[in-house]
Design a protein around this ligand. Structure first.
Ligand SMILES: [Zn+2]
Length: 582
């Protein structure tokens, strides 16, 4: 999906005439091109001549509330740059293809943080720092992972005899293991048997188990959550069994079949997803991982079609083998983990701070580049910062960009940061924290309580109508959705602020991208990115931050009751719907 939509803005910038636009838009017509023409050429999704400014409140276009915001000249400059020199796709391309997925504590995560900090510095932001939020005991660096299914068949000759069995490659599998779990030492090839149903079945096959891969029953729970639970539960049961056998409190023969098999020299276990996505999560207890006691059991999760292939060949009595290689590397810590922070200091109220943020860490399953969760939010924040600097914005309040770390393991970076502020007595300085973590869709709205409505409507109004959706030509507007209370929950880093009484805003991301398709799976690659949406998001974040930083008053901070603003575990799968969390 959307594979043809991606064009690097880098290449776009190199081409500056109308004929390049025709090429990008895929049209056959090539107008005459003059290199001296200064006419502005709108990249796809950019409105050349937008109508007069309007705000959008509760889905309706309304007059912009009359509130003095940032300098109109600066806002205009931000919009110009955001539309005609937007580099968000350059950042995302680097992050996803040059660095790759960024598991918390991993080498790539560290590289990404250093790169982002250098970028912020190069654009002139100040107080750039790696804000250490904690340590983890073990670094996990995932190497190449692959798997292949082979079928051994005998050929029947015309004279009735059979020739020696021949092994043929049937198909490649797509697979993952939980992060911080054991991989293989090189490729491990072995026959595949189904998990024995009971003790008798187990006893009958015990002698064949050495070096075999065990095809587990389909997990009873479905989806990302169900699979992570199932694999995590199996991991824990085997780990507990190993501990009990080692300390003598349990005999191997007394263990249930699943745990007992770990002592039969099996190559590993194969669990099926319920569709073509394989989801990556962490083992239980990864935060206290003792390298010397790391369970060595290999457990992979494969696509449903891989499972179906294995299962039906076995049901037919075929001789099936798989070769699996999962290079899971561990480095003894402690490893310091950090959020990346960079600022544009306020000229008038430096101690009133607007935080604009996304998380830089990602899951690291094979195939994933950590693109839409949350390379997009990271790149949007970086471009937003660059746009403000390039436009020469001088906000009256401080704009602080933060790339959170450890989000995927439970908002670790943002929660620790809020605690740091509380301990330093400076939480009061934070006006609001905005989070972009809804994938590649555009910043289509934010919830606001009544007292925040006009400020947010005025702050976001300049962005309305500046970009349009190339799929349906509709403008990419920002809807201020008036709500009774801002929630205190949520599945992303805004929740850490909401819980502490600081308004945390999660951008409702709207558009044609199907967030759940890439979420925590092998499909989360650069190909999912939709440039026009990301350009809108970077521009919207820059304009909103600047305007709120120049507004005559702080955004009111009124958090009342418990409520949900998003949930990590429920990505909306339907196109065009907002997504929330993680
Ligand atoms: Zn996320």
């Amino acid at each position: 999906m959307n594979h043809n939509r991606f064009r690097s803005p880098a290449s776009r910038r190199m081409m500056s005439c109308a004929c390049s636009l025709a090429l990008l838009a895929g049209t056959a017509f090539l107008p005459a091109c003059s290199s001296t023409t200064k006419t502005k050429v709108a990249p796809p999704g950019v409105t050349l001549a937008p109508q007069a400014a309007y705000a959008v409140v509760d889905g309706k276009e309304v007059a912009v509330p009359v509130i003095a915001m940032g300098s109109p000249k600066t806002v205009k400059k931000i919009l110009e740059l955001g539309k005609y020199d937007n580099q968000v796709m350059d950042h995302l391309t680097h992050l996803t293809t040059k660095i790759g997925p960024r598991l918390t504590g991993s080498t790539r995560n560290e590289q990404a943080r250093q790169w982002a900090a250098e970028q912020f510095k190069s654009w002139g932001l100040v107080n750039v720092q790696q804000n250490v939020w904690g340590e983890i005991p073990t670094r996990f660096d995932r190497g190449p992972t692959h798997g292949t299914i082979f079928l051994k068949t005998e050929r029947r000759n015309e004279d009735g005899t059979t020739s020696d069995p021949q092994e043929n490659e049937l198909r490649k599998m797509e697979l993952t293991t939980l992060s911080w779990s054991a991989g293989t030492s090189g490729p491990v090839k072995g026959p595949v048997y189904k998990m024995p149903k009971d003790d008798a079945a187990y006893a009958a096959m015990k002698d064949k188990l050495k070096g075999a891969w065990i095809l587990m029953d389909r997990p009873s729970r479905e989806g990302m959550r169900g699979l992570r639970w199932q694999l995590g539960d199996d991991y824990r049961r085997r780990a507990d069994a190993r501990t009990r056998v080692a300390d003598g409190s349990r005999k191997i023969e007394e263990l249930p079949v699943l745990e007992r098999m770990a002592y039969d020299g099996v190559a590993g276990y194969i669990t099926a997803s319920r569709d073509e996505r394989v989801w990556t999560g962490a083992i239980p207890g990864w935060r206290d991982l003792d390298l010397s006691k790391l369970p060595t059991d290999v457990h992979v999760q494969v696509r449903m079609s891989d499972y179906d292939c294995l299962n039906s060949r076995i049901a037919d009595g075929d001789n099936v083998t798989v070769e699996i290689s999962a290079e899971n590397n561990f480095v003894a810590g402690p490893i310091k983990c950090a959020n990346v922070i960079a600022e544009i200091p306020g000229t008038k109220y430096p101690n009133e701070v607007i935080i604009m943020s996304g998380h830089i860490d990602s899951w690291d399953g094979p195939g994933s580049q950590g693109s839409t969760d949350n390379g997009t939010g990271t790149s949007v924040m970086m471009e937003s910062a660059r746009l403000l600097m390039a436009a020469g914005a001088k906000p009256e309040r401080t704009i602080r960009f933060i790339l959170w770390d450890g989000e995927e393991q439970g908002l670790l970076g943002s929660a620790a940061y809020v605690k740091q502020l509380q301990e330093a007595g400076t939480l009061e300085t934070i006006v609001a924290c905005f989070v972009d973590d809804g994938g590649t869709n555009y910043q289509g709205g934010i919830p606001a309580i009544a007292t925040q409505r006009d400020l947010l409507a005025a702050a976001t109004a300049p962005v309305n109508g500046q970009f349009y959706d190339t799929a349906d030509n509709k403008p990419l507007n920002v809807n201020i959705e008036v709500v009774e209370t801002l929630g205190t929950g949520g599945g992303s880093d805004h929740a850490s602020f909401n819980r502490a009484g600081v308004p945390g805003f999660y951008w409702k991301e709207i558009g044609r991208a199907d967030y759940g398709y890439g979420w925590h799976t092998q499909y989360d690659t650069l190909a999912l990115a939709i440039p026009e949406y990301l350009m809108q998001s970077a521009t919207c974040s820059a304009v909103t931050a600047y305007n709120l930083a120049c507004a005559p008053e702080r955004l009111p901070r009124e958090i009342k009751k418990e409520g949900e603003q998003g949930s990590e575990e429920r990505p909306r799968r339907n196109r065009g719907q907002q997504n929330s969390g993680s």
